[in-house]
Design a protein around this ligand. Structure first.
Ligand SMILES: *[C@@H]1O[C@H](CO)[C@@H](O)[C@H](O)[C@H]1NC(C)=O
Ligand SMILES: *[C@@H]1O[C@H](CO)[C@@H](O)[C@H](O)[C@H]1NC(C)=O
Ligand SMILES: *[C@@H]1O[C@H](CO)[C@@H](O)[C@H](O)[C@H]1NC(C)=O
Ligand SMILES: *[C@@H]1O[C@H](CO)[C@@H](O)[C@H](O)[C@H]1NC(C)=O
Ligand SMILES: *[C@@H]1O[C@H](CO)[C@@H](O)[C@H](O)[C@H]1NC(C)=O
Ligand SMILES: *[C@@H]1O[C@H](CO)[C@@H](O)[C@H](O)[C@H]1NC(C)=O
Ligand SMILES: *[C@@H]1O[C@H](CO)[C@@H](O)[C@H](O)[C@H]1NC(C)=O
Length: 389
């Protein structure tokens, strides 16, 4: 009886104090409960070999996890004084810049440097440009590297018949992956230099990629993986990671536009981006497996549970719930909590997410995926930031 009364009093007191605290507190406790796992996921990511898209994606994960004030979700994304020197982010950005090829592609000079990706190098573009205003002793070095990468994707990379920047350097192809690799950087450069043309280009590229890749699936409209502009599907499957890349990319473009002085002129563009993110979350979450993981493929490939795309989409759900609460209610964070618990429950004693899709063979599981480790950090960071709103 006494305990019951205390319980009632606590519920009432907490409820009266702040309605948000009653939602966030158990979540904050759950986040703290997992505090040991983040450094372990991070260390496994840094211990792995990283090719161009992995270098940029790893840097993006570290940025949100270690230096959140400088991410596009933070307080000082495009300059200003975030307070701390973003050392661990710039350590990854430095490797991307040192391994830039003369054509401008970041992180490209690995192995024979012949990886034919056009957009992947740009995944490190934002963190390289970040160096130009947070690391004064190398300011020009960072800016030159960032400018060369921007020039490559805008003026050198091939274009499709619609004007979309090809994901590949040796053909004209749309890959859902490219939406994360290239377009957030174009938007970020536009925001940092107050250039609304570039913000519009970033939006248009997302729109053109969606137009090319969107298909009807059993759980709604979702993105197929790869289309060649010559009229051939290279991978028409609805791949979990492909949809995750598209949602992650469009989210960064939307929030970047929103943090500029041009936001009021671009409300329809941001609205489209958020509705296209919602389309992906709705279709992918509706296909959730009994294990609470996203299937590797919904159509066109195997449906094994994939912690990689799961972590990425959970991160998106937490971010949109914090940024656009009217459009994305608690439903999305309720699903995200189930996905998150499933992902964290699968982390191995080496800190690796498991099971995950092999990043090079999309219909098989793999042992180690750098991108999945980065998605784990993005998920933890987005969850952490959501518990603090
Ligand atoms: C509580 O949440 C609402 C809506 O999500 C928000 O507008 C409000 O600012 C939050 N209050 C606090 C104290 O964070
Ligand atoms: C904390 O973690 C343990 C073991 O991983 C789990 O059993 C418990 O439910 C968690 N507590 C919270 C508040 O999430
Ligand atoms: C914006 O960026 C584009 C592409 O780099 C450039 O051509 C244009 O001159 C820039 N506009 C302004 C106002 O700086
Ligand atoms: C179209 O592109 C696909 C994939 O790159 C390629 O296999 C095929 O040969 C191309 N077809 C033509 C007619 O160029
Ligand atoms: C938003 O998307 C709709 C539907 O695809 C399209 O008709 C409209 O032109 C888009 N708005 C902008 C500003 O691109
Ligand atoms: C909540 O999400 C689930 C799974 O995506 C969906 O089936 C359901 O319709 C959603 N409910 C609301 C109220 O949006
Ligand atoms: C994966 O795809 C390849 C190429 O399409 C195919 O040969 C292979 O059988 C597939 N493996 C599985 C497990 O589906």
């Amino acid at each position: 009886m006494v305990l019951w009364l205390i319980g009632c009093w606590l519920t009432l007191a907490v409820g009266a104090y702040s309605s948000n605290a009653t939602i966030a507190s158990p979540e904050a406790a759950a986040y703290d409960n997992y505090s040991g796992i983040g450094p372990s996921i991070r260390a496994a990511m840094l211990a792995s070999i990283r090719t161009s898209w992995e270098q940029g994606t790893a840097a993006g994960g570290i940025l949100e996890f270690d230096d959140p004030e400088y991410s596009v979700f933070g307080s000082s994304p495009f300059g200003g004084d975030g307070g701390n020197f973003p050392k661990s982010t710039l350590q990854l950005a430095f490797s991307a810049a040192v391994r830039q090829t003369p054509d401008g592609r970041l992180s490209q000079d690995i192995g024979d440097a012949l990886d034919g990706a056009a957009l992947d190098g740009a995944s490190a573009g934002s963190v390289v440009l970040l160096g130009s205003f947070t690391d004064p002793s190398r300011s020009n070095y960072w800016l030159d590297a960032a400018n060369a990468e921007l020039n490559y994707i805008l003026n050198v990379a091939p274009r499709t018949s619609t004007g979309a920047i090809s994901h590949r350097a040796d053909s004209r192809q749309y890959w859902a992956d490219g939406v994360y690799m290239g377009f957030p950087y174009i938007a970020y450069y536009g925001a940092a230099t107050h250039n609304s043309t570039l913000l519009q280009v970033a939006y248009d590229q997302c729109r053109l990629y969606r137009d090319a890749l969107l298909i009807d699936g059993p759980t709604g409209k979702l993105w197929a993986h790869i289309y060649d502009d010559n009229g051939t599907w290279v991978d028409e499957g609805i791949w979990g990671s492909g949809n995750a890349w598209a949602a992650l990319g469009m989210l960064r473009v939307a929030v970047t536009i929103q943090k500029t002085k041009f936001a009021s002129d671009m409300i329809p563009q941001v609205h489209n981006l958020t509705s296209w993110i919602k389309e992906i979350l709705d279709g992918e979450f509706a296909a959730l497996l009994p294990s609470n993981l996203i299937p590797d493929y919904i159509t066109g490939g195997p449906a094994f549970g994939d912690a990689s795309s799961s972590a990425a989409l959970a991160s998106v759900a937490y971010r949109v719930a914090a940024l656009y609460p009217q459009q994305f209610g608690r439903n999305y964070t309720h699903v995200a909590a189930r996905v998150r618990n499933a992902v964290l429950g699968g982390v191995t004693n080496l800190g690796t997410l498991s099971p995950v899709v092999n990043p090079l063979v999309w219909n098989e599981t793999g042992l180690l995926s750098t991108e999945s480790q980065a998605f784990g950090l993005m998920m933890l960071s987005a969850w952490r930031d959501w518990t603090r709103i």
